[in-house]
Design a protein around this ligand. Structure first.
Ligand code: ZN
Length: 71
């Protein structure tokens, strides 16, 4: 089971719909350094390749993914 990468959260990233038994994604991939120039924590020297690498990505629950990408 994947969990939110924020240490004090650890919310599961999938949840089960009790009626249908389907698994629903409850999280998304956030960027530590943003994709767009001028975003939060933008690094001028970072290449597009580094930006897409696993080192720059965090799997977080919905709530924290938006927090990381927007602030
Ligand atoms: Zn979280």
């Amino acid at each position: 089971m994947f969990r939110c990468a924020k240490p004090d959260c650890s919310k599961p990233l999938y949840r089960m719909n009790n009626e249908t038994g389907e698994t629903i994604l409850n999280g998304r991939v956030a960027h530590i350094h943003p994709r767009r120039r001028g975003g939060p924590r933008w690094k001028d020297e970072m290449t597009a390749e580094d930006n897409r690498s696993a080192d720059n990505l965090l799997l977080l629950c919905e709530e924290h993914a938006f927090e990381i990408d927007d602030t």
